[in-house]
Design a binder for this molecule. Structure first.
Ligand SMILES: NC(=O)c1ccc[n+]([C@@H]2O[C@H](COP(=O)([O-])OP(=O)(O)OC[C@H]3O[C@@H](n4cnc5c(N)ncnc54)[C@H](O)[C@@H]3O)[C@@H](O)[C@H]2O)c1
Length: 324
């Protein structure tokens, strides 16, 4: 498991409680020491106690990966390149890689799976993504949750599902890796925009229209990039969009709401101790769309507010006219 945040902590809980041995890379020495002595991650989901006969925290990423059958990437997208670049180019050879990251590599506007495949010379069939409407906080509380594992190799996806299934986690396999991964990136942009609207005082009526228009925006974008048939009403797509747009645990929505209420981007980021992936996703998707030229009013509005310092109130007035 690579990553020390909430999602890495939640996935380590699920996998280790199901009997897997989990070597776990965390960046901070103090966090590793704390885990080894108290069995708890001090920073994220700190109520979860780990069984240290099955969970092995370490700051040595090469050592963690060395004997692993599966490698799960759960570092925020903004830092995944930095983390993976610590590894030798052959370090992931012969392993099965699952990305649990819902974001793109900043500056490269590349999906995490595409970057990993290129960096480690992997074949597409050895990678998968974890998606679905699932917040780490609810995993910690063992609330009923659903995950979708997307991989062009559906057998590999199904093997990972078997490692995840338990009393409160249902998991199923799907073949649409690109569609699921892009949708997971885009739903964060939508949640962030819902937050901006909420922060400005728009209500539930407006948010419902925003989210329905978002489904159409995602459909157009996915069709332009990867026009395979897919059912966007499935929980890996629509479910994930809904939970991120509406949940109290959605940090993208919280971040957007702070911006809508007048915080600068910097001060909103400083105040949250967590990463709002949508901030980076907006830039990647907006830049990718410069070539694709898909009509994307919601992504454009978020971009103008976050990167061109257009006042949220002005941008939402413009967006309002474009929604149906
Ligand atoms: N939290 C969830 O419920 C959830 C659910 C599904 C997917 N995800 C995805 O999982 C990924 C990880 O998110 P999270 O929620 O665990 O993050 P988080 O905000 O909970 O944790 C942030 C982590 O990033 C680390 N970090 C900060 N600066 C770093 C750096 N320079 N280099 C390396 N690491 C650094 C921090 O130490 C911390 O471990 C994201 O792509 C997110 O979209 C999260």
């Amino acid at each position: 498991m690579l990553g020390g945040g909430s999602w890495a902590t939640a996935l380590t809980k699920i996998l280790s409680e199901n009997g897997a041995r989990v070597s776990w890379w965390l960046r901070g020495k103090d966090d590793v020491q704390h885990l080894r002595t108290t069995r708890h991650n001090p920073r994220y989901l700190s109520s979860v106690a780990f069984d240290l006969t099955r969970v092995f925290p370490s700051t040595d990423i090469a050592e963690v990966v060395k004997d692993a059958e599966w490698v799960v990437l759960a570092v925020p997208a903004a830092f995944v390149k930095e983390a993976l670049d610590k590894l030798d180019r052959d370090a992931l050879k012969g392993k099965r890689i699952i990305s649990a990251i819902k974001g793109m590599i900043p500056g490269r506007n590349e999906l995490v799976t595409d970057y990993a495949m290129e960096r480690f010379r992997l074949k597409e069939g050895c990678m998968g993504v974890v998606a679905g409407p699932c917040h780490a906080e609810e995993v910690a509380l063992e609330k009923q949750s659903y995950l979708t594992i997307g991989s062009p190799d559906v057998a590999l996806a199904e093997q990972f599902c078997q490692l995840l299934r338990n009393r409160y986690v249902r998991a199923h396999a799907a073949a649409d890796l690109d569609g699921i991964e892009y949708c997971a990136v885009m739903k964060n942009i939508i949640a962030l925009t819902c937050g901006i609207a909420h922060g400005l005082g728009y209500g539930d009526n407006f948010q419902a229209v925003l989210v329905s228009n978002a489904v159409q925006e995602i459909r157009r974008f996915l069709h332009a990039l990867s026009p395979e048939p897919r059912d966007l009403s499935a929980s890996a797509y629509l479910g994930d969009l809904l939970v991120t747009a509406y949940s109290q645990f959605s940090r993208n929505r919280t971040f957007g709401s702070m911006v809508g209420r007048g915080y600068s981007v910097k001060s909103a980021q400083l105040e949250m101790n967590m990463i709002a992936e949508g901030y980076y996703a907006v830039k990647s998707i907006y830049e990718l769309n410069r070539e694709l030229k898909v009509t994307m009013p919601i992504t454009s509005a978020a971009y103008h507010v976050l990167y061109e310092k257009i006042a949220p109130v002005v941008e939402l007035e413009i967006l309002k006219e474009k929604l149906r």
